[in-house]
Design a protein around this ligand. Structure first.
Ligand SMILES: [Zn+2]
Length: 301
């Protein structure tokens, strides 16, 4: 082989190396997005008739939910997002319709799973989007408000503060340094999100009028706004800060029934601090999340 040929080959190898390196670096700079999806805050869902298998409008509810998630995915993609992971996080965690979901996204389905509505989140993500989120248990004029488990949990307090699913899940993402970038739900959850997470993007999917009533726009208009706001959120992704609850974590969980507080207080590291309230202390929010997952899973089979 002559020297000239060797030089040409070397140049091509070098160029190839540069190209591959550049592409992988580019891929890395594409924001990775986690979308946690609940159902009660989806537009046009208003009573339990849309919320569970066998109910008269559940199939329609699943379509509304899937459409809002697709709108979010499309908005993220238009803004240049890379990997997108969607966590179906309502009821049996099988409400999203997989074959109707945008093919670019991965789907996490089924309960139980370690971090429940946030399973799979880690520090490799750049932002979290909440779709279909709702107000916490006890919020007045809040459509389908509850905290994690409507029929069992009456109040969840973290380090003395009563929290919603949005705040709790945001603190799980915050543990990994990942910020919330967009929240969609009724006016109550949006108000809370802006107060707690700062100047993020939001969509009011419905105006709650009462526990079982709300005022809506046409579903296509809701989806259009979700797409626009998700696009904007990904474009602004460097501006948002993670929501961190400083450890150690002190969780006070109040049940609706005295029996549940008694049953879980038999565990040696669970203290009963009231007729219906237990206390669990942990070094970090993930351990608290896993405890809640265990409570939810044992009782929910
Ligand atoms: Zn929920």
């Amino acid at each position: 082989m002559n020297k000239k040929l060797i030089r040409v080959i070397l140049i091509f190898v070098l160029l190839g190396f540069c190209l591959v390196f550049n592409l992988s670096a580019k891929e890395k700079t594409k924001p990775k997005i986690y979308i946690s999806v609940d159902m009660e805050g989806i537009g046009d869902i208003v009573t339990s008739a849309q919320l569970g298998p066998g109910k008269f409008e559940y199939e329609r509810g699943r379509k509304f939910m899937t459409a809002e998630v697709n709108a979010a995915i499309e908005g993220c993609l238009e803004a240049g997002a890379g990997e997108i992971v969607v966590a179906d996080s309502h009821g049996n965690a099988q409400s999203l319709i997989p074959e109707e979901l945008n093919k670019s996204a991965f789907l996490i389905r089924g309960f139980p799973r370690g971090l429940l509505q946030m399973e799979g989140i880690d520090s490799s993500y750049d932002g979290v989007i909440f779709i279909g989120y709702h107000a916490k248990e006890g919020t007045p004029n809040a459509n389908l408000s509850h905290t994690i488990w409507g029929s069992k949990f009456s109040e969840l307090k973290i380090n003395g503060k009563v929290v919603s699913e949005a705040i709790f899940n945001a603190s799980v993402a915050g543990h990994f340094g990942v910020p919330i970038i967009m929240v969609a739900g009724d006016q109550n959850v949006v108000k809370e999100a802006l107060a707690e997470f700062g100047n993020i993007e939001t969509v009011i999917t419905k105006e709650s009028l009462g526990y079982y009533s709300a005022k809506f726009r046409h579903p296509e208009l809701i989806c259009q706004e979700i797409k626009e706001k998700c696009k904007k959120a990904v474009q602004r992704i460097k501006e948002f800060k993670p929501y961190v609850i400083k450890p150690p974590i002190r969780m006070e969980l109040t049940f609706k029934h005295t029996y549940d507080a008694e049953a879980f207080s038999y565990l040696p590291w669970v203290k009963r601090i009231g007729g219906k309230t237990i206390l669990v202390e942990a070094d970090n929010i993930l351990d608290i999340n896993r405890f809640i997952t265990a409570v939810f899973s044992i009782n929910n089979k």
